[in-house]
Design a protein around this ligand. Structure first.
Ligand code: GLP
Length: 241
């Protein structure tokens, strides 16, 4: 695992964007795995800047998002569909048919999981961007999820709902379920870029780096992957030497 410690969030976002830009320079039709949450917002802003300066184009890029809340319509402001369009897709030249975001609403959730999983299996993700939950989750794979898990419906832990409450008016509005790529889908990516910012992530990062590979810390599986880069700011790195 390659670890980069940036001075601050700005530098973290810049370093992460350089990795994505490097990939797109070599492979303009790359497939990106994308994450939501606060952490990659700065990365997406840098990518938009570089697109506007014509350094990169997303015309041929395909994307697969990690996860989506159940119970929220796509147009809900806190759906990950809305997030991705506001934070990135509306500002670049990606084509809508190249965007893949799991759908978490409807009667046929099992079918939606199977369909998303089939799409993932038919694709090769060149670079998967990840954040990390305070409890070490990746995507929405909560502690205890099997490392062999593929796309599924997960019941969110109280801790994750609490952490994501800040985006909603109250805890009651935070969805209880989500659809997420499983850990098996995530680690199938050729390259993984995990970002973490802020002191709340420091214990999860410490566990990722010094802990054993174990299903209680979903992110720990990344130690088995041959090409992982972790970009941290100083606060997220504050519990590692
Ligand atoms: C959510 C997402 C994850 C994300 C995590 C951390 O639970 N499903 O993909 O990594 O939150 O989010 P943040 O970057 O806001 O701390």
């Amino acid at each position: 695992m390659k670890i980069i410690i940036a001075q601050d969030y700005q530098e973290l976002s810049e370093r992460a964007s350089q990795i994505v830009i490097g990939l797109l320079a070599n492979k303009p039709d790359a497939t990106l795995g994308l994450a939501t949450g606060s952490t990659p917002v700065g990365l997406y802003q840098k990518l938009i800047e570089k697109y506007k300066k014509q350094v990169i184009s997303f015309e041929k890029v395909k994307t697969f998002n990690l996860d989506e809340y159940c119970e929220l319509a796509q147009e809900h402001p806190q759906s990950y569909y809305s997030y991705m369009h506001h934070q990135l897709f509306n500002h670049i030249d990606i084509t809508e048919e190249n965007i893949n975001i799991p759908r978490g609403i409807g009667d046929e959730l099992t079918l939606l999981c199977r369909e998303y999983n089939e799409k993932l299996k038919a694709a090769t993700i060149d670079l998967q961007v990840l954040g990390i939950g305070n409890n070490g989750h990746i995507g929405f794979n909560e502690p205890g999820t099997s490392f062999d898990q593929e796309t599924f419906i997960v019941e969110l832990t109280p801790e994750t709902r609490e952490a994501n409450k800040r985006f909603f008016n109250s805890i009651d509005e935070v969805p209880r379920y989500a659809i997420t790529m499983g850990i098996k889908n995530i680690i199938a990516a050729n390259k993984i870029l995990l970002l973490a910012s802020g002191v709340a992530k420091a214990p999860a990062i410490k566990e990722l780096i010094y802990g054993k590979i174990n299903e209680k810390t979903p992110a720990s599986i990344l130690k088995k992957h041959p090409d992982v880069t972790v970009v941290l700011d100083r606060e997220a790195a504050s519990m590692i030497k």
